[in-house]
Design a protein. Sequence first.
Lengths: 344, 327
Amino acid sequence: MPPHPRWAASVSVVSRTRTERLVNLVICLLSTRRFLTAAQIAATVPGYEHDPEDPRDHEAFQRKFERDKAELRELGVPLETGLASAFDTEHGYRIAHREYALPDIPLEPDEAAAVGIAARLWQHAGLAAAASSGLAKLRAAGVEVDPQATLGVEPVVTVDPAFGPLTAAARARRAVTFSYRVPEVDEPSTRRLQPWGVVCWQGRWYVVGHDRDRDATRCFRLSRIVGSVRAVGPEGAYTPPADVDLISHVARWSGPTERTGRATVRVRPGRAAGLRRLAVETVPGPDGDRLTIPYSDVEWLASRLVGYGADVRADAPPELREAVIQQLKEVVARHEPAAAGAVS
Amino acid sequence: MPQQRTPAGRASADRLGRLLNLVPYLLARPGIAVAEAAADFRISERQLREDLELLWVCGLPGYGPGDLIDMALDGDRVTITYDAGIDRPLRLNPDEALALVVALRMLAETPGIGSRDAIERALAKIENAAGDLADAPVAVRLPANTQRVDAIRGIVERRHAMRITYYTPARDETTERIVDPMRVLMVGNRAYLEAWCRRAEGTRLFRLDRIDAFTELDEPAAPPARAVPHDVTDGVFHPSQDLPLVTVRVGRGSRWITEYYPCEEVRRDGDEWVVTMRVTDLGWAQRLLLGLGSDVTVVGPAALVERIREQAALALDQYAAPATGNA
């Protein structure tokens, strides 16, 4: 067979590009049902030509082949290894088409539009890149994505840096350790966790898992993790409880509080708009408006009232009144000219 | 997560991934214009032509005429006539599956979103295609004040102006304004209406939970050409350098403010932390800092320290008389 003109042109290129060699390697391994040994691959795929009898040349080939396999695996190409037959001693390689190929995804146009919008939500560089390369594969599978589509509401999705390592560890069922700082405590503490999963609850990210030091289920807020998350020990080291409901763990931990208390507060006319919004009842009076405000925590409401200074006065219940007076006294004490001088 | 690699190594890996996509992509679109394909892959036409040249010398072992990837280039259009076995793209890798599945879950959870049905169908199909990988260990639950978001999104879609009663915490005031809605967006856990405010004559982000009342007007929304959407990539609040700086010392009980508000500097000093933050309004800072109570000391500016002391003292005077009196 005469050399193909294209082939003739390409052999004139002294150095075949690595990319070209890798494409040919993928095509070669996809086309074979037998496992091909490294030697067979070298004799077949252009770019691996070398003299197997020359130790240095052979070693160079082996290094090149190792790098190429690593690159394919990193790209997600499922390289299978095995023996071609019971009589073989050396392992060979192949790629099973059904493992390699993206299954058919028959997306309707509105579904494809939703995927296209979802892929642009990520503000995190790594996830944005992963979403767009995923979308590129869907396009390659024939899905048409309208880049102009919108859904009326546009969520902006941000994640904390710990998101990537924690989801990877949860998927691999691998324990992690990290430094965790709670605002109320001075020093971050080291925590050891078997992560079950990551939860976005009310716009904040949490990880749920088994705390190895407390020997109990714990939630951690990702924004409070200081520095990097380190995976420790082997993969598959534990099994999360069957049918674990991650969201309910976080919801229980940071759940909403019921406002059953009713406070009576006097507010100067036209002032404290922020408090008026909270009121369930407003009764105008000669010395201002009397508001009824639902609350769950006396100290919390007292802080809100103190913020409005002399524009508001807490009348009931008595513990609210006392809490406000106490807070005001402390504020005055801390800001006396002498005290301010002492701290500055 | 992928290892660190050189830019050249990254570029070569990106190109390999792109080439493996390119063949099935073209196979699914016979006769596609080179420019259109290049735009879809976000590369130049020249780069796409170089990719095609590279693919053209790749193929099955033997590498003869019937083995190599073949294509017909007809002017500006290209058709793959032989794919050498790369007829499908690669499966989604774990990161891609995670990024798409979680984003779709986010979208499905977003209050007031349109086409929720399509999102859920898409999610099911992607999860199915991703196989085991779709078991992303990530759950999503966003706040569900859906009715209000739905109602306001409806007005945005009908392109009507609206009158809103809006609470501004910076000035502690509730105002009536007429706005020309532009879009509704979610940032973190909060929904915002972005609109041209005719009162402020500027584009504003209105937090939906601070819109106390709203009415749809019988006139079209007409944001002027100079109404530019905000860049919310890094959040909604971008303190500008000309805002006043406030410095406070906070104890343990109030250290949460460093997590809640953007701070310029947070410095440890013995048992306390010295926090410097920019504030849009000193009145707001006064309400916040007064309310933080017992373990916060305002260090500066001096005028704010004085205002806080004076307000607290005045407020205390009110309690000199018994609670029942009309002081």
